[in-house]
Design a protein around this ligand. Structure first.
Ligand SMILES: Cc1ncc(COP(=O)(O)O)c(C=O)c1O
Length: 380
């Protein structure tokens, strides 16, 4: 090639690969993380209403004010934590843009950013494109617990940022209060910024509580929280999210945001603002998805797949080591082509493609789809 690639190791993401394969072979697609059911008609109507009422020109650079106010109210209601809508909340084109801009605003050449593997796939390239160096910590299957002493060892004078993700995609584990307290203690009196990716904050099971970074005042003072309406309200295609941080941090974020997207889809923002006036729109999500998780697991309880029930997110990982010792990418492809069921192999999110013989299945699907998937898994 005539031009040297800035990201020479980046290939098409596994999500595109597996969804493409699922389409080609007409397989049930539990690979990519999106629902196959419609979001609430009321929300769709509110967005249409916003378009018909003239919310069709640029929104304010940090986002529609009513939406920022609704988010601020939500933080107060759920976590007793305050973010000022004027200066501490920004609406973004999905969490992906928020994550990219947080990293771009702070990470310079040779800065180190600690990430936990398996890691969501946008973290690493966003660090690298800014000249930063990802420093990864591999979490061990099947519990994916963080060894905080190990993390402490990885901190150096070059550590600029730590990225956490709870509830965690792809493992479906969550951080406990003790985890967050450890993180707070380790980063106390440092200049390290914490990027807390909380896109699944409303999907936590078995009565557990989401441990948002904003619940820990000292941690909050150096943290960005990133969130996604796509994940929360079943419309990933709208690509709308937000991030929150203390004012001084947010000021730097907005310097990037204003030249990256400037502002985000206005009618969607207005529709979301109206919809969120009723907290029940997001409060029932854990229960809704727990029923889906339980249905999926009850269907495969007698199969040869081993599992620990997901603690949060809408993903369930299944261990197939009793069935075959094939490389997980090969097995995921074979399962799609021969059995008609698409999933995501976890090795692609790991250090050195570590293969623990586990696949990730998305259960944000209609009961009918989950039943069909369960039948396939039972027959294997
Ligand atoms: C952990 C995690 N972070 C961020 C995102 C991106 O969210 P969005 O679609 O709002 O950009 C996803 C989407 O799958 C995710 O799973």
């Amino acid at each position: 090639m005539k031009h040297l690639s800035k990201l020479p190791n980046i290939e098409t993401t596994i999500f595109t690969v597996m969804s493409g394969l699922a389409n080609k072979h007409e397989a049930i697609n539990l690979s990519q993380g999106f629902p196959n059911f419609k979001s609430d008609q009321k929300l769709i109507d509110l967005v249409s209403k916003a378009m018909n009422s003239g919310y069709n020109q640029y929104a304010l650079m940090p986002g529609n004010m009513e939406l920022r106010e609704a988010i601020a109210k939500k933080f107060d209601l759920l976590y007793g934590s305050s973010y000022h809508p004027e200066s501490e909340i920004t609406i973004t084109a999905g969490a992906t843009q928020a994550i990219y801009d947080v990293i771009t605003a702070f990470v310079r050449a040779d800065d180190e950013v600690i990430i936990f593997k398996p890691a969501y796939d946008c973290y690493e390239p966003s660090i690298q494109i800014n000249g930063g160096k990802p420093v990864s910590i591999q979490l061990k299957a099947p519990n994916y617990q963080v060894d905080w002493e190990e993390m402490k060892q990885k901190i150096s004078s070059k550590t600029k940022m730590i990225i956490i993700n709870t509830p965690h995609n792809p493992s479906g584990t969550i951080f406990s209060e003790a985890d967050m307290l450890k993180l707070q203690e380790i980063t106390k009196n440092t200049n390290i910024i914490v990027l807390s990716d909380e896109v699944y904050e409303h999907i936590v099971f078995d009565g557990e509580k989401h441990q948002s970074a904003c619940l820990f005042p000292d941690l909050k003072s150096r943290s960005f929280i990133t969130a996604s309406f796509g994940k929360t309200f079943h419309n990933t295609g709208w690509k709308t999210g937000y991030c929150c941080a203390p004012k001084e941090l947010m000021e730097e974020f907005r310097k990037i945001h204003q030249f990256n997207v400037f502002s985000v889809n206005h009618p969607v923002q207005k529709g979301l603002a109206d919809y969120m006036q009723d907290p029940n729109t997001y409060l029932g999500l854990s229960e809704f998805f727990q029923e889906k998780r339980d249905l999926f697991l009850s269907l495969i309880i007698d199969s040869r797949f081993k599992f620990k029930p997901s603690q949060g997110t809408y993903f369930q990982v299944l261990d197939y080591s009793k069935i075959t010792q094939e490389y997980d990418v090969d097995y995921a492809k074979r399962l799609t082509i021969e059995n008609g069921l698409a999933s995501i192999p976890l090795s692609v999110f790991n250090d050195n493609q570590l293969d623990n013989k586990v696949l990730r299945f998305c259960f944000a699907k209609t009961d009918d789809t989950l039943k069909k998937a369960g039948d396939i898994l039972n027959e294997i």
